[in-house]
Design a protein around this ligand. Structure first.
Ligand SMILES: NC(=O)c1ccc[n+]([C@@H]2O[C@H](COP(=O)([O-])OP(=O)(O)OC[C@H]3O[C@@H](n4cnc5c(N)ncnc54)[C@H](OP(=O)(O)O)[C@@H]3O)[C@@H](O)[C@H]2O)c1
Length: 317
């Protein structure tokens, strides 16, 4: 049985872009990140109680996990929590590809357990979910969750784990003002009713919802996120302007408002922080309460933008 209830901070930190750093980066984010800059991010986050770090082998083929571990060096393992993933498309051909991928992640991160382990997508729920059970039993993973799963797939994974006395403790899906498929599909409600933590990823739509990027200042040329978002930036202007105005009254930015919105909806945002000042934003977002009227107004503006930001790896919920 799972030993302790899953207990995590109000916001988790995402490190997909960290896999993109330096010479081995794959150009997804087009960010220029340095070891010293990321160390600053870690120090500021850790000292403010943001101690849950989300990564995956898939982020830069191991680079995000390695860079994260280097950036966390010196901290006691009990001071932070690691969240990483089994990605079915990267499975090896050994007898137990889930255990093998986990072992590689543990080696890269210099640890012998992961606090939260995910099946990254539902490519074959019946095949991969059972492999989590021995890893939970051995304590190599403390808690499990499923990502990019729809309602039926979450229920199937939960049944499989339930037969061994475990359960799906967390769900991690794309959820932002612009992309509310999990809400419409009843997944948020299911999570609330079953005390399953819902982690929302890409609440900032990879930078497009921060107000920092605009047609005049687009996402980095040549990056995959530029291809996904630059063409729709003009349609987001009214929304990001309104988020900025709502934030201004409280000394906060448009990005802080986007994060606060995801918290107001009862979810735990995973924010992809790349600079120390992004952590200041999380602190502001944590204390920012949006009125129901503001939430409704922002959602209406998001609907009016009428954009589809579903990632290439996602299915409709
Ligand atoms: N399970 C899955 O399939 C899945 C899929 C996607 C993401 N995720 C997880 O969710 C995390 C978040 O998603 P993401 O990193 O793709 O995108 P995101 O959080 O929507 O956006 C991250 C980008 O927003 C900018 N940013 C972050 N904080 C900011 C702030 N306070 N103010 C202004 N700009 C800010 C940064 O851009 P600049 O660097 O340009 O400043 C950063 O690269 C990932 O890192 C990953 O851990 C999971």
């Amino acid at each position: 049985m799972t030993s302790k209830a899953l207990n995590v901070p109000a916001v988790a930190l995402g490190t997909w872009a960290w896999g993109d750093s330096g010479e081995a980066g794959d150009g997804y984010f087009g960010s220029r990140l340095s070891a010293s800059g990321l160390r600053e991010v870690v120090e500021k986050a850790q000292s403010n109680g943001f101690t849950l770090w989300d990564t995956a082998l898939a982020y830069g083929m191991g680079r995000s996990e390695s860079v994260l571990a280097q950036s966390l060096s010196g901290y006691d393992r009990s001071e932070y929590q690691l969240s990483t993933k089994f990605t079915p498309q990267l499975a090896g051909d050994g007898d137990d590809p889930v255990a093998d991928m986990l072992e590689q992640s543990l080696n890269r991160m210099g640890t012998d357990y992961v606090d939260l382990y995910w099946i990254h997508n539902p490519s074959d729920v019946a095949r991969w979910t059972p492999s989590l059970i021995p890893l939970l039993e051995s304590g190599k993973i403390k808690h499990v969750g499923v990502s990019n799963h729809n309602m039926e797939e979450i229920a199937l994974a939960d049944r499989i784990l339930g037969e061994a006395g475990f359960r799906v403790e967390a769900v991690q899906n794309h959820y932002s003002l612009l992309y509310r498929g999990s809400e419409r599909a009843g997944i948020l409600e299911y999570c609330r009713e079953h005390e399953v933590r819902f982690f929302s990823y890409m609440v900032l739509e990879q930078g497009a919802l921060t107000g920092r990027y605009s047609p005049a200042n687009p996402l980095p040329e040549g990056s995959t996120r530029a291809t996904a978002y630059n063409a729709i930036l003009p349609r987001l202007q009214a929304l990001t302007d309104r988020m900025a105005a709502i934030g201004e009254d409280r000394g906060a930015s448009a990005a802080d408002v986007a994060t606060a919105w995801a918290m107001a909806k009862g979810t735990t945002p995973i924010v992809g922080v790349t600079k120390a000042n992004h952590v200041d934003g999380l602190l502001r977002a944590r204390g920012l309460e949006l009125a129901d009227k503001e939430i409704a107004e922002l959602e209406a503006l998001a609907d009016t933008a009428d954009v589809d930001t579903r990632g290439w790896w996602e299915k409709e919920m």
